[in-house]
Design a protein around this ligand. Structure first.
Ligand code: ATP
Length: 216
């Protein structure tokens, strides 16, 4: 069983890495692929280039067994749709291998706005990372859709290639890439919010110093 965690990762930080480790340790997963997107669909475009963000993801996963950087979106022109990424992974892994798409609870609440969202939920399982203070989706239609797909035990996901939803409790870390970029732009150190080797890359490339911090 493979996990997929997509994001801008501009830069990747402990708010991504620790919840992903909670998922890796909570589910019978062989690995989690971190997939930096190339062109954002639902938000403003990243500040660092795709190559820089991939290098930061590669540095961040170094030394953590089961964490893998996956560059498949970077070679694809146009918008980086999660659906296309999952189809490409499905082609690589074959029809039987379970795939788990990791999403935050907030992102999951927006699922019906995603490109081909119902097919996404067939191609893969959805592993929803629930932080202690997060509220479950209110939309009654989404709740009705979720209900028959909910898995109670994470082991259940290993018995089907996709189609189920599992809620995994994860560590709450109030870290965002936006805050890290803002600190650097202000000349402050973002140390202890992200891996040291990612910070080294940011400093070496002079990233985020002059850019106005972007927000969603
Ligand atoms: P930005 O501040 O630039 O919007 P971000 O820190 O939210 O970036 P993304 O790369 O956009 O990072 O996030 C990828 C995924 O990781 C998203 O689904 C997001 O909800 C989740 N995520 C980001 N920060 C955290 C955090 N501190 N805890 C848990 N999940 C997070």
């Amino acid at each position: 069983m493979i996990g997929v965690f997509g994001g801008t990762f501009d830069p990747i930080h402990f708010g991504h890495l620790r919840p992903a480790l909670d998922v890796l340790q909570g589910l019978p997963l062989q690995e989690i692929r971190f997939v930096p997107l190339r062109t954002a669909v639902h938000r403003s475009q990243p500040v660092a280039t795709a190559v820089q963000r991939l290098a930061m993801v590669q540095a961040a996963v170094e030394g953590q067994k089961g964490f893998v950087a996956d560059e498949r979106e970077l070679d694809r022109d146009g918008c980086s749709y999660t659906y296309d990424t999952l189809v490409s992974l499905r082609e690589e892994l074959g029809p039987e291998r379970p795939i788990c798409l990791l999403t935050g609870l907030d992102a999951f609440g927006e699922l019906p706005t995603w490109y081909r969202w119902e097919e996404i939920a067939e191609v893969a399982h959805l592993v929803v990372m629930r932080r202690p203070d997060a509220n479950e989706p209110r939309d009654p239609e989404l709740r009705r859709w979720m209900e028959p797909r909910m898995a109670i035990e994470p082991q259940a996901l290993a018995h089907a290639p996709g189609g189920q939803i599992y809620l995994q409790d994860v560590t709450q870390l109030g870290i965002s890439a936006t805050a890290i970029r803002s600190q650097i732009a202000l000349g402050l150190s973002p140390r202890f919010l992200l891996p040291e080797n990612v910070l080294t890359l940011i400093e070496r490339e002079g990233l985020y110093r002059r850019q106005a911090p972007t927000s969603k």
